[in-house]
Write a protein that binds this ligand. Structure first.
Ligand code: AMP
Ligand code: GLY
Length: 426
């Protein structure tokens, strides 16, 4: 079969990598792709924001399955258009993707289906929101309702900070229309984990859990980023916890969306806080996580193309997933300054030193080719994943590879997996 992957970051590189190992996949396309993906798939930049262009491309190449990575394309309705044209597509429709793109919608769905999550209030004007936060005890969680590239959340440590973030969202409109509504939430305590699950509209098959590291600096300090690294599996999400996540969260969510006439097909990502009362939802995403995908997919033994087709065809019942016992650790190498201002265009060297290693995979996030040289072109540059027997072994291998890859202004966290390591050593 021929598969087209839409997107061009580390997550899409991981998707292309996993699909390239499928016995069924004979041809892989990616748009726009990146220099790392190019080794595995034919990359064409077909003006990706254009939904029609993606559909035309899929039709002209006789693509059997289209896999959409980033949320922006889902929000633009790419999946709706592909299905309308009879092209098999993996991902939720624009309406189903509201579980990520419209936090108020997600919160109401969780309320209706009694899915455990932080208590919340939503406001369409800053005056009422400000009056409300003054009645709360910090920390106070303030969120822009719409998509804000992972930057729409403030954990305010004071009333003043909460009011400032409401004003930034609603008056200064730093996230544009994403700030039409603001959500004020209870602060949840516990440890975060990401559980991703395949869904076919009715059934749910979870992947093994991963844990992201969203803060920029070691010890979970500094500003929030798109994710500085991830690992899988996560021992706090054992079989019993995973069953609770499926029964209390994922199944009710998929049921709720089906009841609203917008069945969910694709990967549903539950961002969880595992606290004293069990798992609670921090947020849902309508896609694979980045960098969670780079930690989870290298461990997946089941043919990804088979599972994705089963999702698209409503055939997921009875499908089980197999994972390697190995742990995976993905360390993001970033441009110094990220998530703030940073310089790009620096040559990346040393990838040849890890190319032949069976236990290391380097996923490209923000790279490009300039006069035949591989250079940095984004905040997150490379996701270096290693497999090993246990978290420490995997982390040691990942960091050894990271140290052999060089570019100017490279920066990475040195403690990916630290919570799991603390648990492992008792
Ligand atoms: P989000 O963009 O919704 O994933 O939020 C970014 C980060 O903010 C999350 O990964 C959490 O660390 C934190 N966060 C969001 N909502 C809450 C909450 N209700 N309680 C505690 N932390 C939260
Ligand atoms: N790693 C967080 C996300 O993909 O949203």
């Amino acid at each position: 079969m021929k598969v087209l992957v839409v997107g061009g970051g580390g997550r899409e590189h991981a998707l292309v990598w996993a699909l390239s190992r499928s016995s069924q996949v004979k041809k892989l396309y990616c748009t726009p792709g990146n220099p790392g993906i190019e080794a595995l798939a034919e990359c064409t930049d077909i003006g990706c924001e254009g939904t029609a262009a993606i559909c035309d491309f899929a039709e002209s190449k006789g693509v059997d399955l289209v896999v959409v990575g980033p949320e922006a394309y889902l929000a633009a309705g790419v999946i709706d258009e592909l299905r309308k044209r009879g092209i098999t597509a993996f991902g939720p429709t624009k309406a189903a993707a509201r579980i990520e793109t419209d936090k108020a919608f997600a919160k109401q769905l969780m309320e209706r289906k009694r899915i455990p999550t932080a208590r919340f209030r939503q406001f369409d004007n800053p005056t009422d929101a400000e009056a409300y936060v003054k009645t709360l005890t910090p920390p106070i969680v303030v969120k822009a309702n719409g998509l804000a590239a992972g930057k729409g959340v403030t954990i305010a440590q004071s009333h003043k900070e909460a009011v400032e973030s409401i004003r930034a969202i609603m008056n200064e409109r730093i996230f544009g229309d994403a700030g039409d509504l603001v959500i004020i939430e209870e602060f949840l305590v516990g440890e975060e984990a990401s559980v991703l699950a395949f869904c076919d509209g009715r059934h749910v098959v979870p992947l093994e859990a991963a844990q992201d590291h969203k803060r920029a600096y070691d010890g979970d300090t500094g500003p929030n980023t798109g994710g500085m690294g991830a690992y899988s599996p996560v021992s706090i999400v054992d079989d019993a916890m995973l069953k609770r996540v499926v029964d209390e969260i994922l199944i009710p969510a998929v049921e709720g969306l089906a009841e609203e006439g917008t069945p969910y097909i694709g990967v549903l990502y539950a961002g969880l806080m595992i606290g004293p009362d069990g798992p609670k939802v921090v947020e849902f995403n309508a896609r694979f996580g980045d960098p969670e995908a780079q930690a989870v997919l290298p461990r997946l033994r089941t043919d990804l193309a088979d599972v994705m087709q089963a999702c698209a065809n409503g055939d997921l019942d009875g499908v089980t997933l197999e994972f390697l016992e190995d742990s995976a650790v993905c360390v993001m190498m970033t441009s110094s300054g990220y998530p703030g201002h940073y310089q790009t265009g620096y040559e990346i060297k040393g990838l040849d030193r890890v190319r032949d290693r069976e236990d290391v995979i380097v996923f490209h996030s923000g790279t490009s080719l300039h006069n035949g040289r591989l250079v940095t072109s984004g905040g997150r540059v490379l996701g270096v994943t290693a497999l090993g027997s246990g978290i420490r072994d995997a982390a040691n291998r990942a960091y050894e590879a990271v140290r052999s890859i060089k570019f100017e202004n490279a920066r990475y966290r040195t403690d990916i997996g630290f919570r799991e390591m603390a648990r492992v050593s008792g």
